[in-house]
Design a protein around this ligand. Structure first.
Ligand SMILES: Nc1ncnc2c1ncn2[C@@H]1O[C@H](COP(=O)(O)OP(=O)(O)O)[C@@H](O)[C@H]1O
Ligand SMILES: [Mg+2]
Length: 225
């Protein structure tokens, strides 16, 4: 049986223009992400990883090329429709966690549930998700009272809250030591498989390669190999 494709990119190009300077960040990227796939994207700093993740996740619109995610051609959507699409289909995890510092772990997750209009039982659901990432006892803590690894686990619980089809994780382990980095990655993989969503993650950590279903290498805005 053929595995469905969750995101397809075709000849995606991205040029940033700042004043008279042009940067060709992506030079014709084509790829398919299959349902349930845990995909790793590796490449040197400045090679276009964040740009690619942002385009595939509907944060940025490419200069040319097409992106079809969850059956929708993102490159044809206007800004508002794109934002709605993201909310419904994509979870994001960033290097800097991006948690609200005045909200508890549970409230950070709850917010993501609330945004999707799923207010009923949002609190219970938030605590359930935090339990899944091993933070059941720390639901009421503020981010400042959590370790870096724990903060990233809150961010993962939040990303899963909307039951996304796809999770984009941009260097999610870069602020963690290697043990925590590996732990968080394994957890993302396990959760993605149990929630049935695909993950596209950027990392520099070669040890994390072992847990990926597939590794893509990007250099100078092009996929290698
Ligand atoms: N908003 C931007 N404006 C101008 N240039 C950018 C912008 N974002 C990224 N770039 C440039 O595009 C290239 C790819 O950047 P990026 O996608 O952030 O790479 P990576 O995540 O692999 O470090 C780099 O040369 C970077 O300087
Ligand atoms: Mg980057």
């Amino acid at each position: 049986m053929r595995v469905p494709v969750v995101v397809a990119a075709r000849d995606v190009r991205m040029t940033y223009q700042i004043g008279s300077t042009r940067v060709e960040a992506l030079r014709g990227i084509s790829l398919d992400v299959s349902a349930g796939e845990f995909l790793l994207l590796m490449g040197p700093s400045g090679s276009g990883k964040t740009t690619l993740l942002s385009i595939l996740g509907g944060i940025l619109t490419p200069t040319s090329g097409a992106v079809v995610a969850c059956g929708t051609e993102l490159t044809r959507l206007r800004r508002g429709a794109l934002a709605r699409f993201r909310l419904l289909n994509i979870g994001f995890v960033f290097q800097g966690f991006n948690l609200f510092s005045a909200l508890t772990a549970a409230e950070n997750v709850q917010l993501a549930l609330g945004l999707k209009g799923d207010k009923v039982d949002a609190r219970d659901k938030a605590c359930e998700l935090l339990e899944e990432v091993g933070l059941g006892e720390k639901c009421e803590r503020l981010p400042a009272d959590l370790s870096a690894g724990e903060k990233q686990r809150v961010a993962i619980a939040r990303a899963l809250a909307g039951q996304p089809r796809l999770i984009m994780a941009d260097e999610p382990t870069a602020s963690l030591d290697s043990d925590n980095g590996k732990h968080v990655t394994m957890m993302m993989r396990r959760l993605a498989k149990s929630h049935g969503c695909s993950v596209l993650t950027v990392t520099h950590d070669p040890r994390i390669m072992e847990v990926a279903d597939r590794v893509l290498h990007i250099e100078d805005g092009a996929l290698r190999g």
